[in-house]
Unconditional design. Structure first.
Length: 271
């Protein structure tokens, strides 16, 4: 009589093990691919004459990163980039949510703003950076404002699309039950759009870090972007690539942190 429960437990454990096995294979494949790329990079830099001065080498980049870990100036510059990115991220996301909340109840206003937002989204981001430097000067203010403009469009358009995709049956059912505007907003629209918002915030945070570094690269004496500029001007690929690695790692850590938060909000999706 007790064999069936034991068999079911064994079967469940086997299924969990099979699900975990492909994940381990994916991680192993990723590590092998990255290892192969680094090996090719190293061999190219060592064997081809003059190539190390063009593409650097893994050894030089690692040495550069190790030197930065004990350099207070580097951590100060990294903090400058993170501060500009977070300031622009919070300002852009908050402004986008506020504008959506103000304009969404009025269809005429939404139709009026739609073409302007589409045009603004079509403008290349790199083309806007010099304008912000011209308007706000060289420094963290221009970088933060540039990041704000990027984040605003990303979050606004994603939240707007999320609201547009909501089936009207939810709102109609709420109206039939006698729900007011505030109740429908908090119980229908906010839960339905939360997943869209969290997905857009993940993308926006990565763009915030990249946007801050780009503004610093174009005109800035501080921040991680200044390392990119100096590496390019001085012809030091290890300096340039080292800064690029740090920016990539910051973006990855930020994305993973928001991914953990996003999982908690997946249950809010209505469809």
């Amino acid at each position: 009589m007790t064999a069936a429960p034991v068999d079911s437990q064994v079967t469940a454990a086997a299924r969990i093990k099979r699900r975990a096995h492909p994940a381990a294979q994916v991680v192993t494949a990723q590590v092998l691919i990255w290892g192969a790329l680094i090996l090719v990079w190293h061999l190219t830099a060592v064997t081809v004459p003059g190539m190390a001065s063009l593409i650097g080498s893994p050894q030089l980049v690692v040495e550069r990163l190790a030197k930065w870990t004990a350099d207070p100036a580097f951590w100060s510059n990294a903090g400058t980039t993170v501060t500009s990115a977070l300031t622009g991220f919070v300002a852009g996301a908050a402004t986008a949510c506020l504008v959506v909340a103000i304009t969404w109840p009025f269809p005429l206003m939404r139709r009026f703003l739609a073409p302007f937002l589409i045009i603004a989204n079509a403008v290349p981001r790199v083309a806007l950076a010099p304008l912000f430097i011209l308007w706000f000067g060289i420094g963290t203010t221009s970088a933060a404002m540039f990041v704000t403009s990027i984040i605003f469009l990303i979050v606004y358009l994603n939240v707007f699309n999320g609201l547009s995709s909501i089936d009207t049956i939810y709102d109609q059912n709420a109206r039939v039950l006698g729900a007011g505007r505030m109740w429908r907003a908090t119980s229908v629209y906010v839960p339905a759009v939360t997943g869209w918002l969290m997905s857009s915030l993940r993308l926006a945070l990565i763009w915030a870090i990249l946007g801050a570094a780009l503004a610093e690269y174009l005109a800035g004496s501080r921040g991680l972007g200044s390392y990119l500029a100096r590496g390019n001007i001085l012809g030091q690929p290890d300096l340039l690539l080292g800064a690029a690695v740090v920016i990539a790692m910051l973006s990855l850590l930020a994305d993973r942190a928001l991914a953990i938060i996003e999982r908690r909000f997946t249950q809010w999706r209505l469809f």
